[in-house]
Design a protein around this ligand. Structure first.
Ligand SMILES: [Zn+2]
Length: 656
């Protein structure tokens, strides 16, 4: 019998910059599900990738002084590396700049235009540059973009539109008759009540305001709007063809079993995407799951807030499986999860070092100490109470698989892990109940001692086999130390398959070392100082400077001060004092030289929001052009500190 196909996707990552753990979390979740389904016997196809078009990327590339393609090549490479580092077992990594994808998106656009679903019109509205989205007045939140909270500005452009309303009734019907389609269910209600029931507006599906997109091939002033481009990856990646020449792979895997996405983009996946598919006459994905966010200290991670953690830093410090375990275990189903180094360390110490690591280590050590590493089950007559303990242990271990499968069927991944660790906890308790060190002292109890250790080794083998999809590396290391193989799911309800007389390793290695919380705090500080603002000085001691002559407001108002963001910075060669920064002010980039090298490294300058005197006459410092001034405070010893906005402010904001 051929295996049942299972197609799972993540959202594709936007290549505007290196993703943080709050972004990477999703691929880890998808990976655990994909690996689990493979072990369950499905023929899994797991696709992830990168979303590489749009105005924001065009701007970023411009700032960096490279072509958009070179820019996205760099970021996509970084994203792929992070996936590999996190041991993501994707089958396909799609990039929306891949040829086959671009060609299909053009064909899809043309087909929808030819059949009348897309028409040409003009768009007038309030535009958010960051989100590349038009909004109506009523959609704004406090006068700002409802998605990102930034300012919007009136804009008008010729554009193609998709007739969303034409399919709205069909979509409402589909959602109502397929309760599993949008998960968790709270997100379904949100989509129905906020968007579908009030009535859908036609969606603008092209742009003329920038070039970095897939051109509309019959009207190349236009590029395809990012969502029609990005969403199509789910079908183009497996061989969809808009002319009806789709591959066998496509017929096998489409419709997708699961689109795993962040809760912030659920609207695009449960309204726009299904409607595009209806128009293409393709079946809808079976399920869209909008997962919650991973917060840093209960705050949304963002580079501009300086509170991001990167997966590579975490893996470097904790190891890949501790990170995988943490993000999978701490993320509740519906509510946002929280991450800090301290929390990961606490979790690692309690669950991974104490519960799991100790169990494996003690079991192997005792096997070596008492039987030279040989593991053998010997039947002995038992007191009823002891027999009940053995039965309870076996029952706990062999019933875990079905519990875990039930959890995973409803994407309760954190609960699945809890169930697996319940097995390891039960095994630890078994050591306390049977007291092997007491049995060891009694010559008549050697057979019982052997059976106890066999039960432990067998239980650990089953637990590790269940753990494999979540922590593949650790599961493999456990199996290696027990000198056995991880087992297939179908036999995990059987107890006693560990080979009689087999030997465990005589050199057990520590699976997870206990972390010293002081070291963790130090690391946390080190990572935070890279991105976050410096803490305020502890003690205030005022200083005085000579008073200057009074000025009129007019004098002051001649000076143009704005918030700028440093997007690049390097040392000025042969200068002890000077740093040369590229400062983004609004949509302009200026080069500014400052004498602050003693106080800031070029590296730590990048990302900072600073106060800039913009209209200072350009000057050449140490042979380098400087087109403005970064404002600093100076103390009586001549130490400098950059002036930064006290609250988050967009680059370009006027200081007045
Ligand atoms: Zn926005």
């Amino acid at each position: 019998m051929s295996k049942k196909p299972y197609y799972i996707t993540t959202a594709i990552a936007y290549t505007s910059g290196k993703p943080h753990i709050g972004n990477n979390y999703e691929v880890v979740l998808a990976d655990a599900i994909a690996r689990f389904k493979r072990k369950e016997g499905y023929d899994v196809f797991f696709q992830t990738g990168t979303d590489e078009h749009g105005q924001k990327i065009e701007l970023k590339a411009q700032e960096a002084g490279v072509t958009p393609k070179a820019y996205v090549d760099g970021v996509a490479g970084q994203i792929r590396e992070l996936c590999d580092l996190l041991q993501i077992s994707y089958d396909k990594f799609i990039r929306t700049t891949d040829d086959y994808h671009e060609k299909q998106v053009q064909k899809i656009f043309k087909r929808l235009y030819d059949q009348g679903d897309i028409y040409k019109g003009a768009y007038e509205g309030l535009y958010c540059t960051e989100c590349e989205a038009f909004w109506t007045e009523s959609q704004l939140k406090d006068g700002k973009c409802p998605d990102c909270g930034r300012d919007v500005h009136p804009a008008k452009e010729e554009a193609y539109f998709f007739k969303m309303s034409k399919y709205a009734d069909r979509l409402i019907e589909h959602i109502n008759t397929h309760p599993e389609f949008i998960q968790p269910v709270s997100r379904k209600n949100e989509m129905m009540n906020n968007f579908l029931l009030p009535g859908l507006q036609d969606l603008c599906v092209s742009r003329t305001s920038f070039k970095w997109g897939i051109p509309v091939d019959f009207d190349d002033k236009h590029v395809v709007y990012v969502w029609l481009d990005a969403l199509s990856n789910y079908i183009t990646g497996i061989g969809y063809d808009a002319d009806g020449e789709s591959t066998d792979q496509y017929s096998k895997y489409w419709p997708a079993d699961l689109h795993l996405i962040g809760k912030d983009i659920i609207r695009f996946h449960t309204i726009y995407w299904p409607i595009f598919l209806m128009a293409l006459n393709e079946p809808l994905p079976k399920q869209v799951f909008g997962h919650p966010w991973l917060l840093m200290n209960n705050d949304k991670m963002s580079k501009s807030r300086g509170n991001v953690i990167y997966a590579d830093d975490l893996v470097d410090f904790f190891g890949v499986d501790a990170v995988r375990y943490y993000v999978l275990h701490e993320m509740p189903y519906e509510n946002d999860g929280n991450i800090t180094l301290e929390l990961i360390a606490e979790r690692t110490n309690s669950d991974l070092a104490n519960t799991l690591g100790n169990l494996v280590n003690r079991t192997i050590s005792m096997s070596n100490k008492y039987f030279g590493g040989a593991v053998k089950y010997v039947e002995t007559p038992l007191e009823p109470q002891m027999a009940a303990i053995d039965d309870d242990l076996k029952d706990c271990v062999t019933s875990a698989r079905d519990k875990v499968i039930t959890r995973m069927d409803t994407l309760r991944v954190a609960d699945a892990l809890t169930d697996i660790f319940a097995v390891f906890k039960r095994l630890n308790k078994y050591i306390d109940e049977t007291e092997p060190w007491v049995l060891a002292k009694d010559e008549n109890k050697q057979d019982r001692l052997s059976a106890v250790l066999y039960n432990l080794v067998e239980g650990i083998t089953i637990g590790a086999s269940l753990l494999e999809p979540f922590m593949p590396d650790t599961a493999g290391r456990i199996a290696k130390q027990l000198n056995t193989n991880l087992r297939e799911f179908e036999v995990l309800d059987q107890f006693g398959l560990y080979e009689q007389g087999n030997h465990v390793t005589d050199q057990p290695e520590i699976l997870f070392a206990r972390l010293d919380m002081e070291e963790v705090a130090k690391k946390e500080e080190e990572l935070a100082s890279r991105t976050a603002k410096k803490a305020a000085p502890e003690e205030e001691e005022g200083i005085s400077i000579p008073a200057k002559e009074e000025i009129a407001y007019d004098d002051f108002s001649k000076m143009q001060f704005q918030v700028g963001q440093i997007i690049a910075c390097e040392e000025v060669p042969k200068s002890k004092k000077l740093l040369c920064s590229k400062v983004k002010i609004g949509n302009e980039v200026k080069q500014i030289v400052s004498g602050i090298k003693q106080y800031y490294s070029a590296e730590e300058m990048v990302g900072k929001k600073v106060m800039v005197l913009v209209n200072l006459k350009p000057a050449t410092l140490a042979g380098v052009l400087s087109e403005g001034m970064l404002l600093c405070a100076e103390d009586d010893k001549g130490n400098l500190a950059l002036m930064v906005p006290e609250k988050e402010m967009p680059s370009g904001a006027e200081i007045c």
